[in-house]
Design a protein around this ligand. Structure first.
Ligand code: SF4
Length: 360
């Protein structure tokens, strides 16, 4: 990649990792808890009644989250996403959103503030989230079949209440709303076209996510993956599609629009179309570990840095920025690019953080 393009990609802070990738997106998990037990993310067998979730004082406080976000924004981040577990379970989330909405980039812009949710509490909370300063929501919907939807979330949560939440979010102005659907062969791939048709009708952009080997609890097998090319082919056969170029560096989804102009879909191809080359994302877990890749096995402890220890005072904002830029500057992650070259047992046995812990 030419220095000119690399120079063009770098934010005004000039911070980049070892592959010339800028830090532009920060995903912040605000809780490790969820009220769903989606079988590909938080299976009941592992996250059962006796599973020990983090205590309140183990979680980053709102002050600490805002300090980390402010440091990241000062280093070039212009997109903040709140995740979980289920972020709407975190008490006072509106207050946190209000404080994050006050942040400004070095050139005075308000960072884009988004949230990923299972939609279960949206109907009740949408208005307050918007009023607090949230810009957008992404909602997970893996099936339109009531029985299958409830089987996937495994807590018998009804689908219609998620659709009520999506409607409330649209009414509140939390858009453009994006819908995520994880496709697993033999589970919900027969719904690829019906899902596309339903959200085209509703005017929401549906992103199909290839089933990924995130964590170690979803029993991932390559054979369960429906490649994005096949997903596009299936839809195109019924509703002709054409590719759309990315609107932002580091966009995870490849975009396709319906040739008749009635909307878009996206495909997120971590398995068959790695996009590590433009990956500008860092993630912070609910207890303050900074991860530079979704498939990482260890993270940098920001909570200890902030809170200090017996023999070290908590960090200043400048020290926090130095720590963040140090971690990013040493970053060399590209797991999705490497996955296919790894021997199957090495990929299987590689320790990885759980999706429910880091929020995708
Ligand atoms: S595998 Fe890691 S480096 Fe590659 S796109 Fe995903 S998060 Fe980014």
């Amino acid at each position: 990649m030419s220095n000119q393009r690399r120079a063009a990609r770098l934010p005004s802070t000039g911070l980049s990792d070892r592959r010339g990738r800028a830090l532009r997106d920060l995903r912040i998990s605000v809780t490790d808890r969820c009220n769903f037990r989606c079988v590909y993310c938080m299976p009941k067998e592992i996250f059962g009644a006796d599973y020990r979730f983090m205590e309140r004082d183990e979680l980053l406080s709102f002050d600490e989250i805002v300090r980390i976000a402010a440091a990241a924004v000062a280093l070039g981040v212009d997109k903040l996403r709140l995740t979980g577990g289920e972020p709407l379970l975190r008490r006072g989330i509106e207050e946190l959103i209000g404080r994050l909405a006050e942040l400004r980039t070095p050139d005075g812009r308000k960072p884009d503030l988004a949230l990923t949710t299972n939609g279960s509490a949206l109907r009740v909370k949408a208005g307050a989230l918007r009023a607090a300063g949230l810009d957008r929501v992404t909602v997970s919907v893996d099936s339109l079949d009531e029985g299958r939807f409830q089987a996937i979330n495994d807590v018998r949560f009804p689908l219609h209440r998620v659709f009520d939440g999506i409607a409330a979010a649209a009414d509140a102005g939390l858009g453009p709303i994006k819908i995520n659907a994880v496709v697993k062969r033999g589970v919900n791939d027969d719904e690829i076209v019906p899902l596309a048709e339903r959200f085209r009708e509703l005017g929401h952009t549906l992103r199909f996510i290839e089933f990924m080997d995130v964590g170690a609890s979803n029993g991932w097998e390559l054979g369960d993956v429906v490649p994005s090319a096949e997903i596009v082919r299936r839809i195109d056969a019924v509703h002709p599609l054409e590719p759309v170029s990315a609107s932002r560096e580091g966009e995870t989804a490849q975009r396709w629009r319906y040739r008749d102009g009635t909307g878009e879909i996206g495909v997120i191809s971590s398995v068959t179309g790695a996009f590590c080359g433009t990956c500008t994302r860092a993630r912070v877990s609910a207890e303050g570990r900074l991860f530079t890749c979704l498939f990482a096995s260890s993270g940098y402890d920001l909570r200890e840095l902030l809170r200090g220890s017996a023999d070290a005072a908590g960090a200043t904002d400048a020290e926090l920025r130095d720590a963040l830029s140090g971690v990013w500057g040493r970053r060399d992650d590209r797991y999705s690019e490497l996955r296919s070259a790894l021997p199957p047992e090495a990929a299987r046995d590689r320790e990885r953080i759980e999706m429910s812990y880091i929020g995708g």
